[in-house]
Design a binder for this molecule. Structure first.
Ligand code: FE2
Length: 377
């Protein structure tokens, strides 16, 4: 039995030794806080709710960066949104980051591939370009292009006007799992030889994704659906127009009290989210619509894409947003969206829900109109 006569000094020495041994004493409680050891255990860096303004900040910084950084200086000219609660880690919420990219007219970067999944969502310009596994995709505002993990792709702009697009990557999650890799040695077969190439040759028609997968509910059996690794949707571009029409046609429906009118982008071959890690939605808030408070374990990245402006209440704090801004809603926050204007607003939303679902960690709670908290799933 230890000598307890000098307990305080002995405990202090013990804690000092535990900390210097790179360990955490998971029993250290104070009497004034219940379950203090659990509170302490969870005292790590956490994402906070935050808005990045496009008009005030992102747009002007992109323009300045385009003046100063050419593609000769760097293959990439993107601004990554860093959550103040997670800095210096490059993450907008714990599992995902958003970045904005301005491509000058007629610039196309060399192909590469990597373990993180990514999407591009067109904001401005009609000649954004992404080549994915031999499908050359030109896209404009509201079109979403997939670059699934391990697929060769190259980005750029094939037109005469500057183009801005938004990317969302699951890179912070892949980083936590210590599974990041990037490859740049793109080669194509020429005769018997493998030759390094600066651009991908087209192997599919430029409207392939639309032609094969663009009509929900029908599956052509005369082409192979094995594209990329098979772990993501084989439809590499989702055009804005059908999504916009879909939302418009249901404008008068009740919608969901917690989500308004929300439509998920899915893998047309199996109805699942487009990636194993992330899923994406277009969410319409009708004029005057205020969603009921919703809390979920999934983290969200919300980018208003159409409509005037609005705000979200995240854990009771008001966060105003406008066109092309990004709002980070960390998992575990209560969130409700408010459109108090006389026009519809459409939000483009990324969520890490699929990763959480696969791990059995996806849960949602809602508040009823009477203010009671209920478990939704
Ligand atoms: Fe990439």
């Amino acid at each position: 039995m230890a000598d307890r006569s000098n307990l305080k000094a002995a405990l202090e020495q013990l804690y000092a030794d535990v900390h210097s041994g790179n360990m955490f004493p998971f029993w250290a409680t104070t009497t004034d806080v219940p379950n203090d050891e659990i509170r302490q255990l969870m005292q790590s860096r956490r994402a906070i709710p935050f808005v990045w303004s496009y008009d005030a900040l992102i747009g002007p910084l992109l323009k300045r960066s385009a003046d100063l950084i050419s593609t000769a200086d760097s293959e990439r000219r993107s601004l990554i949104l860093i959550n103040p609660g997670l800095a210096p880690t490059r993450a907008t919420v714990s599992t995902m980051y958003s970045s904005y990219r301005l491509n000058d007219p007629n610039e196309v970067m060399p192909p590469h591939r990597h373990s993180p999944n990514a999407i591009r969502f067109g904001l401005t310009g009609h000649q954004n370009f992404t080549g994915v596994e031999g499908e050359d995709i030109v896209f404009g505002p509201g079109d979403m292009v997939l670059t699934p993990h391990d697929t060769w792709h190259n980005h750029g702009n094939k037109g005469g006007e500057p183009a801005v697009n938004l990317s969302v990557l699951d890179l912070p999650l892949v980083e936590v799992l210590n599974a990041i890799y990037f490859e740049h040695d793109y080669k194509e077969k020429e005769g018997d030889a493998l030759v390094k190439k600066k651009e991908q040759s087209a192997r599919f028609t430029s409207d392939y994704s639309q032609r094969v997968y663009g009509r929900g509910g029908y599956m052509p059996r005369f082409v192979s659906h094995d594209r990329g690794t098979g772990a993501a949707s084989p439809m590499y571009v989702y055009r804005w127009e059908p999504m916009r029409e879909f939302l418009e046609e249901h404008k008068d429906w009740d919608g969901d009290p917690y989500d308004g009118l929300k439509i998920e982008y899915i893998d047309p071959t199996n109805g699942q989210p487009i990636f194993k890690t992330m899923t994406f939605f277009a969410q319409m808030l009708r004029a005057g619509e205020k969603t009921l408070p919703l809390k979920q374990t999934a983290s969200l990245l919300v980018t208003p894409f159409e409509g005037p402006k609005g705000y979200s209440l995240v854990d009771g704090q008001r966060h105003e947003w406008g066109l092309f801004d990004t709002l980070a809603v960390p998992g575990g926050s209560w969130c409700q969206h408010v459109n108090d204007t006389s026009e519809s607003v459409i939000l483009f939303v990324a969520s890490d829900e699929p990763a959480l679902t696969k791990l059995g960690l996806f849960k949602r709670w809602g508040q009823t109109r009477d203010g009671d908290t209920i478990r939704l799933d």
